[in-house]
Each structure stands twice: as C-alpha cells, then as structure tokens.
Design a protein around this ligand. Structure first.
Ligand SMILES: NC(=O)c1ccc[n+]([C@@H]2O[C@H](COP(=O)([O-])OP(=O)(O)OC[C@H]3O[C@@H](n4cnc5c(N)ncnc54)[C@H](OP(=O)(O)O)[C@@H]3O)[C@@H](O)[C@H]2O)c1
Length: 239
C-alpha cells in the first residue's frame, strides 16, 4: 500500500532486466514511472500494477529527453524524488574493435541520452531535493571485449562526479556500478558468457542492492558479489 512517505521515482529502462526488478521492489511503497524503447502495447502486462510508462528511444538522445519530460508532465508530476537513469545497451565487439555504428549507438543510448536527461530532469529533482542515480558498471575501469560500453560507463562515472559537485545542496548525484547480473543484456549484446552466467547475481538481488545504495545517496557504489556476500541485498538502508 502506498503511504504518505511515497516517493515519485522515475526509472529509465524500466520494462526489463534490472530496471524492471527495481520497479517491482519499489512499486508497493512508491509511485513509479518507467520508460523504455518498446511501445506501451509491447510491455503491457509485464509492468507492476500502477506504474506509468513513457516511450523514449534513447538512440535519439534529444527526442528521448523531450519524451521523458512530456511524459512526466502528462503523468501529472511537477517534481521528482528519484531519477534512476538505468537504460543501457552493450554490443560485443569482434576482436575488441567496435564498428563505427556500434560506437555511436552505445554512446548515444548509454551516455548522450543520460546527459541530456540529467539536464532536463534537474529542475524537477531540485524542486524535491531529489537524487539522480546513474547506472554504470564494474567495467567502467575497462574491458577488452566491450570497449565502447566500458567507455560509456567510465564517462557516466565522470559525469556523476561533476554533477555531484555542481549540484551540491540542491540535487544528490550518485553512480552505481553493478557487477554481472542475470538479465538479457548479454544475449542482446551478442555475447554468450557460457557457464560463467551461473555465477551472475539474480536480477532481484541486484535490484535490492541498488535500492539500498540509492537510499544511502553515496557515490560511487560498487554492487558486486563482495557486497552481496556481506548482506548487501538484505541489509542496509531501505528506500
Ligand atoms: N545485467 C548486467 O550484468 C549489468 C552489469 C552492469 C551494469 N548493467 C547496467 O544496468 C542497466 C540495465 O541493464 P539490464 O541488464 O537490465 O539490461 P536489459 O535487461 O537489456 O534491459 C535494458 C533496458 O534498457 C532499455 N533500453 C535499451 N535500449 C534502449 C533505447 N534505445 N532507448 C530506451 N531504452 C532502451 C530496454 O528497453 P527496451 O526493452 O524497450 O529496449 C530495457 O528496459 C544498463 O545500464 C546496464 O549497462 C547491467
């Protein structure tokens, strides 16, 4: 049941994987608005009850930011407590060399869209003294198999540091770096992790760690097996 402490939370990439798992965790207590590339008809039935949905294709970063702002306004919100910029793609590179198309698409969806969304959402977050959360990855320090993806996540790390200092006292900014989790992102990327997938964290456990990291407002936060084994999915702050 949604009580008086309910927050207004936007999650991009909320129709699948970690974003959807986070929405499922939070939708009983908070008001949730999700976005994704797919149409409303495609995701209907998959989203938690009561969640709103905005179509915003981040391969066109400017249009995606406009769609997000329009969708939030149409939903009747004039402020945001949390924006979780989680939508992302990876594309496996042949022999470590990304194609030009893969570089452009990865940087548009993962980085340019998030930067424009952060700017566009700033007034709404400032109004509620809210928190902007960027979803990075443990590979922000570099990975041979997915260079463009790793570069996009490294840039989000830098962006979070910049905005955290720029918006200090008005909007909290953080970057979370998940380790591997069981979602479809690897298959969509054209990468088969093989037996190693068995070692990936469950999406629901990763979402629990994301929720408590968001509540803490700390940055950067690495969400890996080490954190999980020290109780990260069950202890810590509750959002
Ligand atoms: N899973 C992992 O192992 C892992 C590890 C570290 C970091 N991460 C990060 O966690 C975030 C979520 O990943 P995930 O594993 O949940 O991936 P996922 O299951 O593939 O879900 C990705 C989400 O992003 C959305 N998205 C993709 N392309 C988009 C576009 N062009 N415009 C708008 N939305 C788009 C998808 O929406 P549509 O379905 O509508 O395309 C979907 O909701 C990503 O930023 C990823 O880099 C994941």
């Amino acid at each position: 049941m949604i009580g008086s402490g309910a927050r207004r939370i936007l999650i991009t990439g909320g129709n699948a994987g970690l974003g959807l798992a986070l929405a499922k965790k939070l939708s009983g207590r908070h008001k949730i608005l999700l976005s994704g590339r797919k149409s409303k008809a495609e995701v209907e039935g998959a989203l938690p009850r009561g969640c709103g949905y905005i179509v915003a294709d981040q391969s066109d970063p400017e249009m995606a930011a406009l769609a997000l702002i329009g969708g939030i306004r149409d939903f009747g919100w004039d402020g945001l407590d949390n924006a979780v910029l989680n939508a992302g793609i990876g594309l496996a590179a042949g022999e470590g060399i990304d194609s030009t198309e893969a570089i452009r698409r990865t940087l548009d969806v993962n980085l340019a869209a998030a930067m424009l969304q952060a700017q566009a959402l700033y007034p709404l977050l400032r109004k509620n003294r809210g928190t902007l959360t960027l979803i990075g990855s443990v590979v922000h320090t570099g990975s041979a198999t997915i260079p463009a993806y790793a570069a996009s996540k490294a840039a989000l790390h830098g962006l979070a540091r910049s905005l955290r200092s720029e918006w200090k006292g008005q909007v909290s900014v953080q970057v979370l770096h998940p380790g591997p989790a069981k979602t479809e992102i690897h298959a969509k990327a054209g990468y088969d992790p093989g037996w190693i997938r068995a070692l990936f964290l469950e999406a629901g456990d990763m979402a629990s760690m994301m929720a408590s990291a968001i509540a803490s407002r700390r940055s950067p936060v690495t969400l890996s097996w080490a954190r999980y084994l020290s109780g990260g999915a069950y202890m810590g702050r509750r959002l």
